[in-house]
Design a protein around this ligand. Structure first.
Ligand SMILES: [Ca+2]
Ligand SMILES: [Ca+2]
Ligand SMILES: [Ca+2]
Length: 149
């Protein structure tokens, strides 16, 4: 429950799910790489997944989810938290295709940030699937956890 303010937090990227591989129909997978940027008033942490090369990911519903379970921030909470997730699909003969730029900002006491953020947790019932849920984007979906460190 409520920890001390001014404490430390950890943000863990649980998984991502590709809804559009942004490749021709005949191609089974896209070549994806992802970038994370988590900033608090105090610190900025940036990571790239994978560190080298790319993931091959399909958008077939049975195969389009990648479990990552990577810590993308572990540090002072500060007075605000911004989580940004970016991704691109690499192409050789044209510019890379970009996934939706994900950005969510948390303010107020850090213990109000703790929780699970993904598709579903903040959708008001009776509202269309796509409305009001930042983790449910057109081309991909993301899920992460914010907890005291
Ligand atoms: Ca492409
Ligand atoms: Ca490609
Ligand atoms: Ca959500």
């Amino acid at each position: 429950m409520a920890q001390q303010t001014g404490g430390r937090i950890r943000v863990t990227l649980r998984w991502i799910q590709i809804m559009d591989k942004m490749e021709p129909v005949w191609k089974e997978v896209g070549e994806f790489r992802f970038q994370t940027r988590v900033s608090t008033g105090a610190e900025v942490a940036e990571y790239r997944f994978p560190e080298k090369g790319h993931y091959e990911i399909s958008d077939h519903p049975a195969w389009n989810k990648v479990m990552l379970n990577r810590v993308i921030y572990d540090g002072p909470a500060g007075d605000s938290l911004t989580v940004e997730l970016m991704g691109e699909e690499l192409d050789t003969f044209s510019a890379n295709d970009l996934l939706d730029h994900y950005r969510r900002e948390f303010t107020g006491p850090p213990d109000t940030w703790y929780g699970w953020y993904g598709p579903g947790e903040d959708v008001p019932t009776g509202v269309g699937r796509q409305s009001g849920d930042p983790e449910l984007m057109d081309k991909w979906r993301v899920c992460y956890i914010i907890q005291p460190a």
